[in-house]
Design a protein around this ligand. Structure first.
Ligand SMILES: NC(=O)c1ccc[n+]([C@@H]2O[C@H](COP(=O)([O-])OP(=O)(O)OC[C@H]3O[C@@H](n4cnc5c(N)ncnc54)[C@H](O)[C@@H]3O)[C@@H](O)[C@H]2O)c1
Length: 327
C-alpha cells in the first residue's frame, strides 16, 4: 500500500505510539490522518503539535461504540489499531480493560469490514510469550503463561485474541492484517502506564528531585527497550508492505538491565547519587527475568525493519523532551 497520498486512521491516536505513527505517516506524505481516541488514558496534549495541520483530524470516538467508527473509517485505506489498555491500567480496571482490548478490537475489524478498509496494523506485545526462558524467542515460540502475574496474563490473552482476529479477518474477509509485538516502548511523550518504562521515567523524576533511583532486586532484571520512533517506523513499514496474517517482534534484541537504565540516567544528569535496591511488595510486573533473548530476524527479513535508536540515545531524547516541557 502506498503511504504517500494515502488516508489512514489511528485508533488510540492520542497515545504515545499513535502520536508517533501520525508523525511518521505525515513525514511520508499521507494525505489524511484521522486520530480517533476517547481520551480515557491519553490526552489531546499528546498530539498538540499537530494542531493546525489540515491533513490531521482529531476525532473523539470510542472503539466500544461501533457506530462511532463508521464515519471515521470511511475512505480509509488502512487502520492502525493502537487503542488499548496496557497491563497496568488493565489490572486497575479489568472490566473496562478487557472490554476495550477484546470487544473493542472486534469492533475495529467489523467497522473495517463495513468500510472496506484494506489493511490493519495491530499493536500487540511480547507479553504474548509470557515468562521468557533462556532460549531465543522468535514468533513461533509458545506462550508460557503459567507463572505470569494475573494482570499480565489477562493482558497477554487479550493480545492473543487481537492476533487471532487479524488472522481470521484476513482469511475470511480479505482484510490484510499484521500484528506487531512490541517490547517495552519508551520515548518522547512518555506516560506512566508502561510497567517497564517506569524504570526510566520514575527514576528520572527521582533524580531530578535529588532522590536516589530505586531498582528491584539486585538490578540484574533485564528488559528489551525499543524507542517509539522505531516502533512508529515499523508500523508504517508494515502498512506499506503486502504482508498479511503475520506477527512480528518489534524489539531491539538487546538485553538491558534495570541497573544500566539507572546508570544511563545518572550519566545524563551528571548525578553522583547511588541506586537504592528496594522491592515493592505487590507491584504489577510484566516479567522479572534475568534473560530476554528476543529475535528480530523475521521482521528484518520480511519487512526490512531494523531499530535505529540505541537505548542510550533514546533515553537522551526522552530526557531532553522532559526538560523542554518544563520550560
Ligand atoms: N507502550 C508499550 O510499551 C507497549 C508495549 C507493547 C504493546 N503496546 C500496545 O500498544 C498500544 C499503544 O500503547 P501506548 O503505550 O501508546 O498506550 P497509551 O496508553 O498511551 O494509549 C492508549 C490509547 O488508547 C486510548 N483508548 C483507550 N480506550 C479507548 C477506547 N475505548 N476507544 C478509543 N480509544 C481508547 C487511550 O485514551 C489512549 O490514548 C496499546 O494497545 C498497547 O497495548 C504498548
Amino acid at each position: 500500500m502506498k503511504i504517500d497520498g494515502g488516508r489512514f486512521v489511528i485508533t488510540g491516536g492520542a497515545s504515545l505510539i499513535g502520536s508517533h505513527v501520525a508523525d511518521r505517516l505525515l513525514a511520508e506524505g499521507a494525505a489524511k490522518v484521522v486520530l480517533l481516541d476517547n481520551f480515557s488514558l491519553g490526552t489531546p496534549e499528546t498530539v498538540r503539535h499537530l494542531d493546525g495541520d489540515d491533513r490531521v483530524s482529531l476525532v473523539r470516538g470510542d472503539i466500544l461504540r461501533i457506530n462511532e467508527l463508521y464515519d471515521a473509517f470511511a475512505d480509509a485505506a488502512g487502520v492502525f489499531s493502537i487503542a488499548g489498555f496496557l497491563t497496568l491500567p488493565l489490572s486497575q480496571n479489568p472490566p473496562l480493560g478487557l472490554a476495550v482490548n477484546v470487544e473493542g478490537q472486534v469492533n475495529v475489524f467489523e467497522a473495517c469490514r463495513y468500510a472496506g478498509v484494506k489493511k490493519v496494523v495491530f499493536s500487540s506485545s511480547i507479553a504474548v510469550y509470557g515468562e521468557p526462558g533462556d532460549t531465543v524467542i522468535d514468533e513461533d515460540a509458545p506462550a508460557n503463561l503459567a507463572c505470569y502475574q494475573p494482570g499480565s496474563m489477562l493482558y497477554s490473552c487479550t493480545k492473543l485474541v487481537g492476533e487471532a482476529l487479524c488472522k481470521l479477518y484476513s482469511a475470511r474477509h480479505g482484510i490484510d492484517a499484521v500484528a506487531l509485538r512490541y517490547s517495552t516502548v519508551y520515548g518522547e511523550r512518555q506516560h506512566y502506564r508502561g510497567v517497564n518504562a517506569l524504570y526510566i521515567i520514575q527514576n528520572y523524576d527521582r533524580i531530578r528531585r535529588g532522590e536516589r533511583p530505586t531498582l528491584p532486586g539486585d538490578g540484574s532484571e533485564v528488559h528489551d527497550y525499543i524507542h517509539v520512533a522505531d516502533v512508529a517506523r515499523a508500523n508504517v513499514m508494515a502498512m506499506a508492505s503486502e504482508v498479511t496474517a503475520e506477527s512480528f517482534n518489534v524489539v531491539s534484541g538487546v538485553e538491558t538491565t534495570v541497573k544500566r537504565i539507572a546508570e544511563i540516567l545518572l550519566e545524563l544528569t551528571g548525578s553522583d547519587l547511588q541506586p537504592e535496591y528496594v522491592d515493592e511488595a505487590g507491584a504489577v510486573k510484566a516479567t522479572s527475568s534475568p534473560s530476554l533473548k528476543l529475535s528480530r530476524e523475521k521482521i528484518g527479513r520480511m519487512l526490512g525493519w531494523e531499530p535505529e535508536v540505541s537505548v542510550e540515545e533514546g533515553i537522551r531524547r526522552l530526557t531532553t523532551w522532559i526538560e523542554a516541557q518544563s520550560k
